[in-house]
Design a protein around this ligand. Structure first.
Ligand code: ATP
Ligand code: MG
Length: 332
């Protein structure tokens, strides 16, 4: 339903140009939650604003159901924008309007029929669990309630695509959880698609079907969430999965020992496999780093280990791991 093709955007700065987004391409299917994760300054927000043409890319195409938003006439673009809702980290609510009035804003803007707009607004407030607070002003709502209100407003025109820019970044973990559950429910109920920008791996793994990792304006890796957690190809992706900051690196070989990266889909089966391998093949295994992630439907683990001992025995150990469903790669 959405196809972003070779989109680039640069901003003029003092000494030249800042390439915020460079040649980014991806597709989002109907009902898909597509996550884009990246560090601050990676270009995520710029890319998201390009999707609904709030920001005009320098080059590229934004195809929405096959129509290029960037070459459309203003009137047609306005119509298309109805089908694209947006939510933000800072909620962007109007403080002098109450909850219901905030939800009604898009209908006013698009001159929708008043009765139908009211009906839809009340339905959306119900959906996000804020019916009782419809007369409350944003100042009197909690962060989670403000975001739910913003979601109700984003959905009031029945969009087919929702763009989310760090919608949960300002919220505590429990509230984040609530909002993610709400977004999942919305996708299930209305079959819309979400492009979800986040710097939180937690968010990506919990809700996304597909994840892209963005760095310095480009998507360095993208794929189904399962593959990204099990066999991340890029160092930066692995470091994000390990929860490392920008300054930290994944374990690298020391003492001339080889570091192996193990991936498993069923963590529970792993520890006996490793201890058995140690006993059976008389090798030493030293665990350097790792973690287990609960994805939408499964657990996936990644472990960095050194394995040393007799070369033939190390080879047998690796074969044993493979036989037991643990994938491994030499970590450079
Ligand atoms: N209007 C602008 N003019 C000049 N530079 C800009 C403009 N908007 C963004 N940038 C620059 O483009 C780069 C990407 O910014 P962007 O806001 O897209 O990053 P981001 O990934 O969303 O970061 P964050 O996680 O901090 O929100 C940054 O270096 C930023 O300073
Ligand atoms: Mg941003």
């Amino acid at each position: 339903m959405l196809e972003v093709k070779n989109v680039s955007k640069a901003f003029p700065v003092k000494d030249g140009k800042l390439h915020a987004v460079r040649d980014v391409s991806f597709r989002v299917a109907q009902g898909e939650i597509y996550g884009i994760i990246g560090l601050s300054g990676a270009g995520k927000s710029t890319l998201l604003r390009c999707i609904n043409a709030l920001e005009r890319p320098d080059t590229g195409e934004i195809l929405f159901d096959g129509d290029n938003l960037l070459t459309m006439k203003e009137e047609a673009l306005l119509q298309k924008r109805k089908e694209i809702g947006m939510i933000f980290q800072g909620f962007h609510l109007l403080m002098q309007k109450n909850a219901l009035q905030n939800v009604l804003l898009p209908s006013r803007f698009h001159h929708a029929d008043k009765n139908m707009a009211m009906e839809k607004a009340l339905e959306m407030l119900e959906l996000v669990g804020l019916s009782e607070r419809k007369d409350a002003y944003p100042a009197n709502l909690s962060g989670g309630q403000k975001q739910r209100l913003a979601i109700a407003r984003a959905l009031v025109m029945s969009p087919r695509l929702l763009l989310s820019d760090e919608a949960t970044s300002a919220l505590d973990p429990q509230t984040t959880e609530q909002i993610l559950r709400l977004l999942k429910k919305i996708v299930q109920t209305y079959g819309l698609s979400i492009v979800m920008i986040t710097h939180q791996m937690e968010v990506a793994k919990e809700i996304c079907d597909t994840v892209a990792v963005m760095e310095n304006g480009t998507i360095i890796e993208q794929g189904p969430v399962h593959d990204m957690f099990l066999r991340p190809k890029k160092k930066r992706t692995r470091e994000m999965i390990l929860g490392l900051s920008e300054e930290e690196s994944e374990p690298s070989p020391t003492n001339g020992r080889t570091v192996y990266r193990l991936g498993f889909e069923q963590y529970t089966a792993t520890s006996p496999v490793i201890s058995r391998a140690v006993r059976q093949f008389d090798v030493d295994i030293n665990i350097l780093a790792g973690n287990i992630h609960q994805l939408k439907e499964e657990q996936i683990g990644m472990l960095y280990v050194e394995i040393w001992g007799d070369t033939a025995q190390v080879d047998k150990t690796l074969a044993y791991l493979t036989e037991n469903g643990i994938s491994w790669e030499v970590s450079a």
